[in-house]
Ligand binder design. Structure first.
Ligand code: GAL
Length: 425
């Protein structure tokens, strides 16, 4: 069929099945903007779609590819500015407050009350979901960021006996992997991935208190002090073990290199596990998850959540509002929390579920989250939990510029970081 005939067919089909007929068939429509597009993550989000559809609503998938969500955020801003927001979008951390302050979000207090969210959610989580005391977002999981993923078979081939627990052991493992012809560290050189490694190093070198001073307090003395020089020195060293073909590479393609036995390790949050799971691999046997060297006892958290939008006039029907409320309800129900998190690599956000249904990495994560306590539970900077997006962007720029400049001076980077943060505050 040529292009003209195809167009004619579309026009004639459209006149037989006008758009409103499709809408009238369902109870309502819920459009969700997210960035869960890797193989494993797409499987996870499909669970939500199926449950919403089971309740009789139409799921409109507005996935925007791009790990870490920067591209999705750009699309969302454009949609909001042009007065055409989706029903819900993946928005996290302090950014939820910023969107709510603009008057763009709607509250789902009735759903929260009817489903007992107050009792089900840890306080740190529920507070982030609220604006002026009202729930404007629903959390779906807790990801841990400070993980190191290991292919044990590759380690064995390279003669490495155990998972590294210190930075020196990490470099020693890297040397052996290099010598045996493997990529030591699978790493995609995108700003959010660079900064994921950077925040792990801050935690490893400075400990949980230093981490808070850097990312939460943005304390100038700490940002420009000798420990920050040490962090950048380590970052430079680590860069030498990273995949030489990793420039601009997506995280899941890099994860595939570890899964396929081309690389030995990946520094990544536990969404990386979604790829291992999708490839049919078993935690503890086919792959190992250990805390990033030097960060045992701390837990950098990343809570995925869906913020609820006020609908544009043309979409503001009782059915569409009911569909959005249904999404909020389903997202915290056990049925969803189990299957979604098993696929996503995260742990459930509600605290009353049976963790024996999860693999050993998720069980370790749940245990470590609890034992880290207030002191060791740290909001991830690279994943929007610790700072405004403006400050985060400033950090990303300094870190990525540092990593791409062979001659960058670790003793100057802290000052650059402090002044970039100041300008963005
Ligand atoms: C994070 C998000 C995760 C995962 C990751 C990779 O920011 O919270 O759910 O999608 O990005 O894209």
């Amino acid at each position: 069929m040529n292009a003209f005939n195809r167009l004619a067919l579309v026009i004639s089909l459209a006149s037989i099945f006008p758009l409103h007929a499709y809408a009238a068939d369902t109870k309502g429509n819920v459009e969700v903007v997210h960035w869960w597009t890797s193989g494993g993550e797409a499987k996870a989000v499909d669970v939500l779609k199926k449950l919403v559809e089971k309740d009789g609503y139409t799921w409109q998938d507005s996935a925007v590819a791009g790990g870490g969500g920067a591209a999705a955020m750009t699309v969302l801003k454009t949609r909001a500015v042009s007065g055409n927001p989706p029903s819900a979008a993946q928005i996290k951390g302090p950014d939820i407050q910023d969107w709510a302050a603009l008057g763009l979000l709607t509250q789902v207090d009735d759903v929260a009350k009817a489903n007992n969210w107050e009792a089900l959610l840890p306080k740190t989580v529920s507070e982030t979901m609220k604006y002026e005391g009202h729930y404007v977002a629903v959390p779906v999981n807790i990801h841990r960021v400070n993980w190191l993923w290991i292919n044990p078979e590759v380690f064995k081939k390279a003669g490495i006996e155990k998972a590294p627990t210190t930075l020196d052991e990490l470099y020693a493992a890297g040397d052996k992997l290099k010598a045996a012809g493997f990529i030591p560290l699978a790493h995609g050189g995108q700003p959010w991935q660079d900064s994921t490694v950077f925040e792990d190093l801050v935690l490893s070198v400075m400990g949980p208190e230093g981490y808070k001073k850097v990312f939460v307090d943005q304390d100038e003395a700490t940002l420009t002090g000798p420990q920050m020089t040490e962090v950048f020195t380590q970052l430079k060293k680590l860069k030498g073990y990273m995949d030489p073909d990793g420039t601009g590479q997506d995280w899941n393609l890099e994860a595939a290199k570890v899964i396929n036995g081309k690389a030995g390790m990946q520094i990544m949050g536990d969404w990386a596990k979604s790829e291992w799971t999708a490839a049919g691999k078993t935690a503890g046997t086919d792959y190992e998850c250990v805390p990033f060297p030097g960060t045992d006892g701390s837990f950098t958290y990343n809570i995925d959540s869906l913020a609820m939008f006020k609908l544009a006039k043309k979409n503001d029907t009782p059915g569409n509002n009911a569909a959005r409320d249904d999404l909020a309800k389903v997202a915290l129900e056990p049925e969803f929390q189990y299957v979604f998190n098993q696929n996503k690599g995260s742990i459930p956000v509600r605290n009353d579920l049976d963790m024996s249904k999860f693999d050993s990495c998720a069980q370790a994560s749940a245990k470590d989250f609890a034992s880290a306590g207030e002191k060791g539970q740290l909001p991830s900077m690279a994943h929007n939990m610790a700072t405004s997006l403006a400050v985060q962007g400033a950090i990303f720029d300094v870190v990525t510029n540092f990593m791409s400049d062979k001659n960058a001076d670790p003793s100057k980077a802290g000052k650059q970081l402090a002044s970039a943060i100041k300008a963005a505050q």
